[in-house]
Design a binder for this molecule. Structure first.
Ligand code: SF4
Length: 303
């Protein structure tokens, strides 16, 4: 291969990569914008506290929110907040350095929750539940002090699905992770603008933008085994049955209470046949899902 050709090829490759990166950025902006719109997450005059852990997802959230803020027809403020939990080896200078360069208001809250958790939880037991509870309380207080009415978290589509399966498989509940909710103290709105974004997109975006990622295992806590199982299951589905995970996610926003069993969601007790046909009503016996054209033909012939 001539030098000129190799130079031309690499220029083409560079163009292609730049094009792909641009598409990724546009996709993230579109999906985050869509989630914000669908759930009315951010309104004119809001002050949004963006929780930054130093992981890929929260960096991506902050970055995309900053882009959207420039384009938005409304005005809202952003304050980035990191809680330094004093885990051993936490590189305390990374986030202040990054945020200063971005030129946005930020606050680093120093609270040694690490020691509290280590003191209260016996060795070998999982520490995440107490740690999250402590963190949540601190973040609500900080939001108050900073005058923020919205608290934005970086959870994405896959976090929501994992939580959904965890609740279903291990908790006996049909329950995911809300895109928008009122905080436990009743004072703030917690929002998840990345709710429609796939984890693989945030991972690639973090590489493209070269975010200074802070490892998340500094506390020494083992990854939750059940969550790990769910992650593997979803990864397997994605490989073997492309589109399945997407379908499950879309099912979360297409719920039919009359076809589930929760009596508090649907008045099964009081329904009566009133003799009035409903063209939009359901057929009495649901068709086989995914019936193939062949089976359709056979059933038509038999009739
Ligand atoms: S992984 Fe560590 S820092 Fe994260 S919630 Fe669990 S205990 Fe806390």
């Amino acid at each position: 291969m001539t030098e000129a050709l190799s130079a031309e090829l690499s220029a083409k490759q560079i163009d292609k990569i730049a094009h792909e990166n641009n598409k990724l950025h546009k996709r993230l902006c579109r999906l985050v914008g869509q989630a914000i719109g669908d759930f009315n997450m951010i309104e004119d005059g809001d002050k949004v506290m963006v929780c930054l852990s130093g992981g890929k997802d929260s960096y991506a959230l902050l970055d995309i929110l900053m882009t959207l803020r420039e384009r938005a027809p409304i005005h809202f403020d952003i304050v980035a907040v990191n809680l330094d939990q004093k885990q051993p080896g936490f590189p305390a200078d990374v986030l202040p350095g990054y945020l200063s360069k971005l030129g946005i208001p930020f606050h680093i809250e120093n609270q040694d929750t690490y020691s509290i958790v280590k003191r209260l939880i016996p060795e070998g037991k999982t520490t995440c539940s107490l740690c999250s509870r402590l963190r949540r309380g601190i973040l609500y207080r900080v939001a108050d002090e900073l005058g923020c009415n919205k608290i934005a978290l970086g959870h994405h589509r896959d976090d929501i699905l994992e939580t959904f399966f965890l609740n279903m498989f291990f908790g006996g509940k049909l329950k995911g992770m809300p895109a928008k909710l009122v905080s436990d103290d009743g004072k703030h709105m917690v929002i998840r603008p990345m709710a429609y974004v796939k984890e693989e997109d945030t991972a690639r975006y973090a590489e493209v933008k070269q975010f200074p990622i802070i490892p998340c295992d500094l506390c020494g806590s083992q990854e939750n085994l059940q969550r790990k199982q769910i992650k593997n299951l979803m990864r397997e589905w994605e490989k073997k049955h492309p589109g399945r995970v997407e379908n499950i996610f879309s099912a979360l926003s297409t719920v039919v209470p009359s076809h589930l069993m929760d009596r508090s969601l649907f008045g099964f007790i009081d329904i009566k046949a009133d003799g009035v046909a409903n063209p939009n009503g359901d057929i009495a016996f649901d068709e086989e899902p995914c019936s193939t054209p062949e089976t359709n033909t056979i059933s038509l012939q038999r009739r």
